[in-house]
Design a protein around this ligand. Sequence first.
Ligand code: LMR
Length: 394
Amino acid sequence: MLTNLKPQPADKILQLMQMFREDPRTDKIDLGVGIYKDATGNTPVMRAIKAAEKQLWETETTKKYTALAGDPAYGDAMVDLVLGGAVARDRVAAAATPGGTGAIRQAVELIRMASPDATIWISAPTWPNHPSIIRYVGMKMAEYRYFDDATRGVDFDGMMADLAGVKAGDVVLLHGCCHNPTGANLNMSQWAEVVESLQKTGAVPFIDIAYQGFGDGLEVDAEAVRLVASSMPETLIAASCSKNFGIYRERTGILMAVSETASGQPLTQGTLAFLNRQNYSFPPDHGARLVTMILNDDALRTDWQAELEDVRQGMLKLRTQLAAELQRLSGSDRFGFLAQHRGMFSRLGATPEQVERLRAEHGIYMIGDSRMNIAGLNEATIPILAKAIIDTGI
Ligand code: LMR
């Protein structure tokens, strides 16, 4: 049996992680996988997480199962964090999942159960695991234009033209904030136009929000998802706590599905619980419990928000510094987009050959499409990267 298996394509992001690890150079720079790093290159456990873990260790008396959809208190806390009361709570079904990826997988399976012939539209480009999961689950897929290679901003006209061709009942996958891999985002008036288009075509929005708090702030980053969910009859939302709580390996995510009416919610909620049971039964609890404790405790929450805000400000500062250094070296404003982008990533706009030269000649690792993790930089490596970018003719 096992001899029938065929090798599967390696995930580009994880492959690069491996190559970086194996590179013996001591001055190598990792701008690959999307993990936040502080100025010393560490990915620290956030203070509020440490405090909640200590408290949990002291007070937890059992490890028995929670519920198939996870602890309901986690669902409530996350619905509030993401949706902030934008839609009535009784319209929202929610189930804890192993990370944001788990939420995406469950959402695609939910779509297949409800609407097996629907096409799922993804942005070109998008996070590579989106098409990979959609293909694996066996759903049809199409792309809408998103990124303008010339301006390194959003190709909004192209996007709107493509969204106009979406059929009723198709699903449109959108990044709630901090677009991965480009860093280019819609403004709120553009989001309003997207909503109008979705209403006109009768498409179902599916929002992936994995970086809330990394762009323009915890509340501002949720504005788009709140606008969409409050304007559309149905919305799917996959949210991750990996980045904003720094609990990557705890696998803490949630899938929310907003039904048109409160009377439709129990069916959706039951289906989410069923899907969890089929795939892994009870979702992981540790990370979800820490998140719930932090969100429901004033002191922990205040400290978490303060640390998250420092992380965000730090990344913004790196963006501004890199853009300024490139302006100084190139004598042009052509890298100004780096300061405009938001979140952890920016697509530099280099060719695959140039990306390969950065790796081979300078030990600088970024994804082949020239996505770089801004958080992988620090004050010392910014001038090194800027010089390498110019030397490589980008
Ligand atoms: C990334 O895009 O680098 C992160 O979301 C990590 C991952 O799982 O790919």
